[in-house]
Design a protein around this ligand. Structure first.
Ligand code: SF4
Length: 85
């Protein structure tokens, strides 16, 4: 298995602009409550969501994270635990 990353969504702080879902619709979708969800993401007790992504999907999700105006999308290197964004 190749490199993996943990993607995190601080959903409570999401303002529902829709940018992530436009850029990476296979990974991000808009919910009826006006915020975005990670597609098949895991709901955490604190309201955040998480999903492990593969290296091939890193660039696209990095672009989504960079597009977020309130910087609530984070990507962490699973090997080093280093926060990339
Ligand atoms: S880009 Fe950020 S603020 Fe906009 S919907 Fe996605 S997570 Fe929410």
């Amino acid at each position: 298995m190749g490199k993996t990353y943990k993607m995190q969504h601080n959903r409570p702080e999401c303002i529902g602009c829709g940018a992530c879902a436009v850029i990476a619709p296979d990974f991000w979708e808009m919910n009826d409550d006006g915020k975005s969800d990670i597609v098949d993401g895991k709901d955490m007790p604190n309201g955040w969501q998480e999903k492990i992504i593969q290296e091939k999907d890193f660039d696209l999700n990095l672009e989504a994270a960079e597009s977020c105006p309130v910087e609530v999308i984070h990507i962490i290197d699973n090997e080093t635990n280093k926060k990339i964004i």
